[in-house]
Design a protein around this ligand. Structure first.
Ligand SMILES: Nc1ncnc2c1ncn2[C@@H]1O[C@H](COP(=O)(O)OP(=O)(O)O)[C@@H](O)[C@H]1O
Ligand SMILES: Cc1ncc(C[n+]2csc(CCOP(=O)(O)OP(=O)(O)O)c2C)c(N)n1
Ligand SMILES: [Mg+2]
Length: 330
């Protein structure tokens, strides 16, 4: 099968091309580029993420899970900006044509496209070591966009869901030794949190125009809080006892839970700051089913600080996930 038949067979069709609102897509797959028309009062939001075997996902996987994860983690950046997903492109590099792999991958990708209401509008297919690049495009009103910059002293620091599931999920999918008391249901929940994270798009749309700053937790709570603190030129004080964790995570000892909640990453929940005047929004969002929780406050100063119940500790040296961290410059 050649490149063009592959594209036609696996990536063209309503499952991927009409998975969301097609109104904004003036021209999709098939020409030299796609055309998207945002609503008159909106700006386009664009973000790219790559997935590499061994770095972002383990060797043993189902192609459908990989397709789902590749799109969901990319859409999470749109959610973080308070944007509505419109379309995405897929840059796929494959070592060979494996029809079972492609069918599974396209099916998982289409499921994620449907869940996040986003349409495939184009891409690129090449031969080489496996690599998946997804570029997502969304729209947001300029005055409502949620950026990393904007947090003010006095704002509340909040998260949109449990922390640490990414780290525990990775342990599960890597086949590591698991605690005996971890139930089958909890193990399945964590594997699903790793392979099929749901980007918090609905919450992101609620935050638009209300949150003073925000981003998604991909590198780890402390690292991403550090990004927000630096961009906003403020300090974040967070209380360890207030960090939300899932019932599944309770099966691990406290030290392991803490490490994952603070630094593992792969959680894909939103971290945001909220002016105190908008505190009542939290009750509305909770009533809508969003697991929002206040975990601290923004204060004047710099850095990320954690109240462990006894003292306030500076956590800036815990960098979280960073590519090339262990390499030297030469
Ligand atoms: N190769 C690159 N060229 C240009 N910009 C990049 C590149 N890699 C990352 N960036 C930009 O750096 C910023 C931080 O990237 P990243 O840590 O990947 O953000 P995120 O966690 O939101 O995906 C983003 O604005 C991203 O677009
Ligand atoms: C096999 C494997 N090992 C380790 C991890 C953990 N991990 C890899 S990259 C990463 C951070 C997020 O990836 P990045 O490329 O930085 O995404 P971005 O922040 O750009 O969204 C994490 C937590 C993983 N997901 N899979
Ligand atoms: Mg990125």
């Amino acid at each position: 099968m050649g490149e063009f038949e592959l594209i036609h067979r696996y990536f063209q069709g309503p499952a991927l091309e009409a998975a969301g609102d097609v109104g904004a897509i003036t021209l999709g797959i098939g020409d030299d580029a796609a055309l998207l028309q945002p609503d008159p009062d909106k700006q386009c939001v664009v973000s790219t993420d790559s997935l590499v075997l061994g770095t972002h996902f383990p060797e043993h996987y189902l192609p459908a899970d990989l397709g789902y994860r590749a799109l969901a983690v990319a859409v999470s950046d749109l959610a973080a900006m308070g944007a509505r997903p419109l379309g995405f492109t897929l840059a796929l590099t494959l070592p060979q044509v494996d029809e079972d792999w492609l069918a599974g991958f396209a099916q998982g990708l289409a499921q994620a496209a449907e869940d996040h209401r986003i349409c495939l509008v184009g891409g690129d297919t090449t031969r080489g070591p496996l690599n998946i690049g997804v570029t997502v495009i969304g729209q947001v009103a300029a005055r409502k966009v949620v950026r990393r910059k904007g947090a003010q002293p006095g704002d509340l620091v909040c998260v949109g869901g449990p922390l640490g599931d990414g780290g525990a999920g990775l342990a599960v999918v890597l086949g590591e030794t698991l605690p005996e008391q971890l139930s089958d249901a909890a193990r399945e929940y964590l594997a699903k949190r790793f392979w099929r994270p749901r980007a918090q798009c609905e919450l992101g749309l609620e935050l638009a125009g209300i949150a003073s700053a925000g981003l998604d937790v991909s590198d780890g709570l402390l690292a991403d809080a550090g990004h927000l603190a630096r961009s906003s030129d403020v300090a974040l004080h967070m209380r360890y006892a207030d960090l939300p964790c899932s019932p599944a995570l309770q099966a691990w000892p406290e030290a392991q839970r803490r490490e994952w909640m603070l630094g593992a990453g792969d959680d894909y929940v939103l971290l945001f700051t909220l002016p105190v005047a908008s505190r009542s929004c939290l009750d509305v969002w909770l009533s809508q089913g969003h697991q929002v929780k206040v975990i601290g406050e923004v204060v004047a100063g710099q850095g990320v600080w954690l109240d462990d119940g006894q003292q306030l500790v500076n956590m800036d040296s815990l960098a979280g996930y960073q590519h090339f961290k262990d390499t030297t410059d030469d």
